[in-house]
Ligand binder design. Structure first.
Ligand SMILES: *Cc1c(COP(=O)(O)O)cnc(C)c1O
Length: 421
């Protein structure tokens, strides 16, 4: 459920007409609903209310300071995957003890930054990385709390580019080698083993792969405890999918996911962490764009928008489907016609949809891409020197620009010309 609904023929974001924001900000821009963000976070928090837990928002999905602050005020922790994300979380006021550090290639500088600023745990992805964390911690006179990310060799049944839990993926340590790796962790001076981590992929629309993975983690908890390790925390990753179309079957609800977690690992007496990203912010954000031209081609017609693949890369990168709807609600009986919906970037890959049935639209009309909040703005670029797409947040009857659109001068002045040129 989200808070982008038609009212009297016009699309609203909470209490504000989307067209009013477009008139004030210009297009294209991302628009987030505070109420939807908060609602989704609370669904997860309530789903784990049966035991000690922390919901760590995977901020790579959308990392604007205003989004982080909104979630932090609800009690969210953060899952970060780079020094930059760690700095963003701290800048938003999230204390170190609520930040977990994931990612396959943490550098020594990033490890130091987190140890000095405070960290809940590092999720270790390889033995060389484990050695590096131990070394840096030891040199600082610190002890780094760690889990080891195990790769359970489970097929998440999602798009290949976002599946992470099969043995051929770069993530984690093969679960069969976990005992060896935990024994090594116990020997290293700068580490304190506290738990186990797993994350099998993104946009999962079925609970079965989670169940397989979490049962393996539960078994491993018993084995590692018998080996003498203190396993007090289980980080079960993110990955719960969202509906990208109104018609297809709805993915499982956070409540059912929480019940599955209780069923599979609830008896172990561990604190549970989860790292949802997409489900919290995906349907809490839309991309607002304007039709520049309606172009009638040979055998197909094109809607050319002012938003492009540099603003929203998911269709080009993951063959993702986004619902695209007009800001002015179409009449119920209106005749739909197929359009290829494209941006102005000079690549054929800059195509959002082919043969999409759309109501009549004219140059100047506004459209929105639904479900664009996750992996949208954060993946935007300035390809074709198109200014980085702005972000706007709505709360009730007011809105604010939370990242402004750079001017051409802002963009050009980031370059420097060598003296000798
Ligand atoms: C990307 C990622 C997540 C979030 O995945 P979603 O599908 O957005 O919920 C969580 N944990 C880790 C380690 C990730 O890499």
């Amino acid at each position: 459920m989200d808070h982008f609904l038609y009212r009297d023929g016009a699309l609203f974001a909470e209490e504000v007409p989307v067209a009013d924001i477009a008139a004030a900000v210009g297009t294209p821009f991302y628009l987030y609903s505070t109420a939807t963000l908060v609602r989704h976070f609370r669904l997860f928090d309530e789903a784990l209310a049966w035991g000690p837990h922390l919901v760590c928002y995977a901020m790579k999905a959308a990392s604007n300071q205003a989004i982080l602050k909104t979630l932090a005020a609800e009690g969210a922790g953060m899952d970060v995957v780079s020094g930059g994300e760690y700095a963003r979380a701290k800048a938003a006021g999230v204390p170190g003890e609520r930040i977990v550090f994931s990612g396959v290639g943490k550098t020594r500088e990033e490890i130091r930054l987190a140890l000095e600023g405070g960290i809940r745990q590092f999720n270790v992805e390889s033995e060389p990385e484990m050695a590096a964390i131990s070394e840096v911690a030891h040199s600082l006179g610190a002890v780094a709390p760690i889990t080891v990310r195990v790769n359970p060799d489970v097929d998440a049944k999602t798009h290949a580019k976002i599946a992470t839990g099969k043995s051929e993926n770069k993530f984690g340590i093969p679960i069969a080698r976990a005992r060896e790796v935990y024994a090594e962790a116990a020997r290293l001076p700068g580490l304190k083993v506290i738990g186990i981590d797993v994350h099998i992929g993104s946009q999962l629309t079925d609970l079965a792969p989670f169940e397989l993975a979490y049962r393996k983690v539960a078994d491993l908890t018993g084995v590692l405890r018998a080996d003498g390790h203190e396993i007090t925390r289980l980080d079960l990753g993110g990955g719960l999918g969202i509906p990208y179309t109104r018609s297809n079957e709805a993915p499982p609800l956070p409540g059912d996911y929480g019940a599955l977690i209780q069923r599979t690992v609830g008896h172990l007496g561990c604190e549970v962490e989860i790292e949802p990203g997409r489900l919290i912010v995906g349907n809490a954000g839309i991309l607002v764009s304007r039709v520049i031209y309606v172009k009638n081609g040979e055998g197909r017609d094109f809607l050319i928008l002012d938003g492009a693949m540099n603003d929203l890369i998911r269709p080009a990168m993951y063959d993702a489907h986004h619902e695209i709807v007009p800001v002015t609600e179409p009449e119920v009986a209106v005749e739909l016609r197929p359009f290829d919906i494209v941006g102005p970037v000079c690549e054929s890959g800059d195509t959002f949809a082919r043969g999409r049935l759309m109501p009549p639209l004219a140059a100047g009309d506004l459209v929105v891409f639904r479900s664009a909040g996750a992996y949208g703005a954060v993946m935007a670029s300035e390809y074709n020197t198109r200014p980085l797409v702005p972000e706007v947040m709505v709360k009730g009857d007011h809105f604010a620009v939370i990242r402004s659109r750079p001017t051409f001068d802002d963009i050009i002045n980031r370059d420097t010309i060598p003296e000798w040129l």
